[in-house]
Ligand binder design. Structure first.
Ligand SMILES: Nc1ncnc2c1ncn2[C@@H]1O[C@H](COP(=O)(O)OP(=O)(O)O)[C@@H](O)[C@H]1O
Ligand SMILES: CSC[C@H]1O[C@H](OP(=O)(O)O)[C@H](O)[C@@H]1O
Length: 389
């Protein structure tokens, strides 16, 4: 029987599931700082062993009970973590147990690492982040694609990860609401003129519509579906991807685009002289993605994999998609329902300047996406720093 856990109930559940020794002295704290779920950290004070119990609520936590949300997202999350672990175990937490009725995932405690968003805000660079994320995306994409697995099995896996309610959140919050005067939007009153200019920009909205259609229809690979820097734990040596409850079969460039966008949002929060590490991460992520995907490609049993330029076409499509999706994510994180601490924690004048820059950059990423090599993104950030520059 489902019931939302409390700290006490989480401890009782851990004992009932035999997750700790009999003589354990357990403490528990709810540490969830995301928009949707409860996260309990349970520690055996005698041994310092610990686990995480993540539980879905029957609604979106950030909005409340007025926004009901499927508990099935917990099963999507635990199954996605297990699927990713079969390709890149080093980049996801171990899953110890899951239960569909309770909507829980019991997993490895990663508290020795730091959420990448917070570390980047503190000025850290996490030197291995881009290499690890580039490999994570390349391998999960290839091995769940029609080129890396049996095409009949891929259709079954796509069915398993059908995730309509969470996809609807992205279809609305990333691809629709920020481009219209919608009540989910949230932005400073000083930005109204900039936002109304965006709402009247039919050239931009025509391109956003194309990107939304790709998201709705292109079932390329199993995506994480929400790969922002708040879904990544990092240190100087390790990287772990969490929170794949938005996982579904979608366009190959989507995860890359959301990751690029959140690196760019951190870059905009910094003074110009401190942005280089973020541009380096974007370029390195792309380079490692291409190199790793190309290496995996040699294993493909698809006859067309041996035909010239088939791989090149997929890679170039992925970049165009990623840059366009990045533009949508930059815009929605600036004026939509779900913001990012990188910008929202800035003092007002710098925040307004950074958010105006983000709106201009997001627009140009979307409309110029077919003509932007990865190394041109840095220049685009500089070009959009000021109006009419
Ligand atoms: N495996 C884990 N180990 C340690 N802390 C975790 C773990 N998973 C989540 N957390 C903590 O809980 C927070 C919210 O987790 P997340 O999965 O992003 O929840 P939501 O789905 O609500 O966004 C993370 O920012 C992190 O602080
Ligand atoms: C109402 S969900 C808003 C937003 O939150 C999700 O992120 P997270 O689960 O990490 O908090 C996702 O990005 C959704 O778009």
């Amino acid at each position: 029987m489902y019931e939302p856990l409390t700290e006490q109930k989480a401890v009782a559940l851990a004992i009932r599931l035999g997750l700790f020794q009999e003589d354990a002295l357990l403490s528990c704290q709810e540490i969830g700082d995301g928009n949707l779920n409860l996260v309990f950290r349970i520690v055996n004070e005698r041994t310092n062993d610990s686990i995480i119990i993540k539980q879905a609520l029957p609604y979106a936590k950030v909005v409340g009970e007025s926004w009901p949300l499927t508990l099935k997202r917990a099963t999507i999350e635990s199954q996605a973590l297990r699927t990713f672990a079969s390709y890149v175990p080093q980049y996801v937490p171990k899953v110890y147990y899951s239960d569909e009725t309770l909507a829980i995932t019991v997993m490895e405690d990663l508290s020795h690492l730091q959420i990448a968003r917070r570390g980047l805000i503190e000025g850290k660079t996490f030197p291995k982040l881009s290499e690890h994320i580039g490999e994570f995306v390349a391998k999960t994409a290839f091995y769940t694609s029609d080129f890396g697995m049996n095409q009949q099995q891929k259709k079954k896996l796509a069915q398993q990860f059908t995730n309509p309610e969470l996809c609807k959140i992205t279809e609305d919050l990333v691809f629709t609401d920020p481009f219209f005067d919608h009540d989910t939007n949230s932005f400073e009153t000083e930005l109204r003129a900039d936002v109304e200019q965006l709402w009247q920009d039919d050239e931009l909205k025509r391109e956003a519509a194309k990107l939304k259609r790709l998201f709705l229809t292109k079932a390329d690979v199993l995506l994480h579906g929400d790969l922002h820097t708040g879904s990544i734990f990092a240190s100087d040596d390790d990287t772990k991807v969490i929170d794949p409850e938005f996982a579904f079969y979608g366009p190959i460039g989507f995860d890359l685009g959301q990751f690029f966008a959140n690196l760019l949002l951190n870059a905009l929060s910094r003074h110009e002289s401190e942005r280089e590490p973020l541009f380096t991460h974007i370029e390195k992520t792309w380079d490692v993605f291409v190199r790793t995907f190309t290496t995996c490609w040699q294993e493909s049993n698809e006859p067309y994999a041996r035909v010239s330029f088939v791989l090149d076409d997929i890679v170039s499509d992925a970049l165009v998609e990623a840059i366009g999706f990045a533009g949508c994510e930059v815009i929605r994180r600036t004026i939509g329902l779900a913001h990012v601490a990188d910008l929202d924690e800035l003092p007002l004048e710098r925040r307004l300047e950074a958010k105006r820059h983000a709106l201009r950059l997001g627009r140009e990423l979307i409309v110029q996406r077919e003509h932007l090599p990865i190394h041109a993104i840095k220049r685009l950030v500089q070009q959009t720093a000021h109006v009419n520059s």
